[in-house]
Design a protein around this ligand. Structure first.
Ligand code: 1PR
Length: 523
């Protein structure tokens, strides 16, 4: 029996699912006594350091946790659950941690994109039971803006490089912690959990200890989901956002089955977009929540869900906040939420008033769940102009002229799945969203969507230069070489595709095989 410390801030479902998939049962902590009586405790911290410590205090968990940690029983802290072991964090100055290990938690000070999101390696610094069955060159899923800086190098279990070397796991007696998420790191991550769960695992040193580790470029499979005319929830795919063919919604398969297939084929992440979410309210769309619940039972890589994340008033006059909608998605198994239409409206307001209200979906969700949990899905469309001064916004000179030979274009933001164009341009949108607290940009391109013509490198380069958060290139992938092109000719951290995977034109494993040796990937 594993005791799980869930303080209600985020997606612990994925940890529960991963443990249950290993044949263990999980007992959630419901009172301070549950901590004191635990035999093996996992603490998957989610959210932000300040709110985590506040909740631990409010529930009377701090003293029992310290007593448990001093008792010599096994403990595994994941991400923020490991940060909690330290004295304090730059994320919440003035808030004390548990102080079981000396040192503090610092924000990354690097030129690379922050948060550090994706699959990176580990360099073992001591023997550990957690390493059983690992070669040492595996990659694990990280998602964080802060990292621990232990005072005693003797507690460091692994180190990882991102801009500089940081401690990515700790071990002191039976107390262990990982910055990466074993529950989201495929079979290798589940092996680490299995090692923690087994009582008598011997400590080993992995055979391979890399000199440096590298963050992999991520390949993401995207499933656009909606109800078809027969009332079934299906994966569909548009051609420049038009998902109907001969009047019918294209049906390319069942969401849960496809997601599981892509996981098995090596997808580094799966994204579900509830493409009619802008007009339907997701909390009334229970099948979508069910899709997430079922998928997260068997898919152990990060899951993002988008569609309909906004404030909403139902027919009975009850008002739901975007934060409540997101919370329901997180509880159902999502690791990140993606905001499309509402992000444009929020950014317009912010740019008009110049004020951060603290109330918008982007601000409220990132405050509670961390910026890494908030993705902005951008649906831009090219607007061509003959000269830069003809455009209301920042233009680029394009190598692909418009229908009348126009050599310039700007990228117009749209909402409601491309149905409504706004005055806002994509560069202004992403900058505003970064300021508001977004952690990642999912950069679609209506002109390229479903065309198999390759990613819009001009758009990606322009947006990437405007923000310091990671960018997912999306729309237009038609062959393996397009992924190589986007990773070598732009700085995008990941690339997303839909049509070629759904139509089985190019399996994810072929994309990975093509990139192997040319671009850093998770094999
Ligand atoms: O506006 O917050 O409710 O979110 C709705 C979400 O649904 C947005 O993220 C929006 O991008 C998405 N969406 C709305 N309508 C459509 C549509 O297709 N009619 N899908 C739609 C957007 C674009 C990509 C696609 C890539 C790759 N899909 O996600 O997967 O373009 O496709 P490809 O590889 O086949 O070229 P809100």
């Amino acid at each position: 029996m594993i005791t799980l410390l869930d303080y209600g801030a985020g997606n612990v479902r994925s940890v529960v699912n991963a443990i249950e998939s290993l044949g263990e049962t999980v007992r959630p902590v419901q009172s301070p006594e549950d901590i004191l009586s635990a035999e093996r405790l996992i603490f998957p911290g989610v959210g932000a350091f300040g709110s985590m410590m506040e909740i631990l205090h409010a529930r009377g968990y701090v003293s029992p946790l310290k007593a448990y940690l001093q008792s010599g029983r096994p403990f595994l802290g994941i991400c923020l659950g490991m940060h909690a072991l330290f004295e304090e964090s730059e994320e919440a100055p003035g808030t004390l941690g548990l102080g079981i290990m000396k040192g503090r938690v610092k924000r990354f000070t690097i030129d690379l994109a922050v948060p550090h999101i994706g699959w990176n390696g580990i360099k073992a610094r001591q023997a550990s039971p957690l390493f059983n069955g690992l070669q040492g060159d595996e990659k694990f899923y990280f998602v964080h803006s802060y990292h621990i800086a232990p005072e005693d190098p003797g507690v460091i279990l692994t180190a990882t490089d991102y801009g500089y070397e940081f401690a990515s796991a700790v071990q002191q007696g039976q107390i262990m912690g990982t910055q990466f998420h074993p529950e989201k790191s495929g079979d290798d991550g589940r092996r680490i959990l299995a090692n923690f769960l087994a009582a008598d695992t011997p400590a080993v040193t992995p055979r391979h200890i890399p000199e440096t580790t590298r963050l992999a470029k991520r390949i993401i499979a995207c499933l656009d989901v909606r109800t078809n005319d027969q009332g079934d929830l299906v994966v569909t795919k548009g051609d420049q956002y038009d998902v109907r063919e001969a009047g019918q919604v294209r049906n390319l398969g069942l969401p849960v089955e496809l997601a599981e297939r892509y996981y098995r084929e090596g997808a580094d992440e799966i994204t579900f977009l509830n493409i009619t979410g802008f007009r339907d309210f997701p909390l009334e769309d229970m099948p979508m929540l069910e899709v997430l619940k079922q998928t997260s039972r068997n898919v152990f890589v990060p899951l993002t869900i988008g569609g309909g994340i906004r404030n909403y008033t139902d027919q009975n006059g009850r008002t739901y906040s975007a934060l409540e909608v997101a919370a329901e998605y997180f509880r159902s198994g999502a690791d990140k939420v993606s905001i499309g239409s509402d992000a444009v409206l929020i950014a317009e307001d912010y740019l008009r008033t110049g004020h951060l209200t603290g109330e918008s979906a982007i601000e409220s969700i990132s405050r509670v769940y961390g910026s890494q949990a908030v993705v902005i899905s951008v649906d831009p469309r090219r607007v061509y102009v003959a000269a830069p001064q003809e455009a209301p916004r920042q233009t680029i000179e394009t190598a692909y002229p418009g229908p009348n030979g126009e050599r310039y274009c700007w990228y117009q933001c749209t909402i409601k799945g491309g149905r409504e164009g706004r005055e806002l341009d994509a560069v202004s949108l992403v900058k505003a969203c970064e300021t508001l607290g977004a952690g990642e940009i999912l950069l679609n391109c209506i002109d390229r969507d479903g065309t198999n013509a390759g990613f819009d490198l001009e758009l990606i380069t322009t947006v990437k230069a405007a923000v310091s958060i990671p960018v997912i290139a999306s729309s237009g992938a038609g062959c393996e070489a397009h992924f190589h092109e986007v990773f070598t000719r732009t700085e995008a951290e990941s690339a997303l595709a839909a049509g070629i995977f759904h139509r089985r034109e190019v399996p994810i494993s072929d994309v990975k095989a093509y990139l192997q040796g040319r671009v850093e990937i998770r094999p």
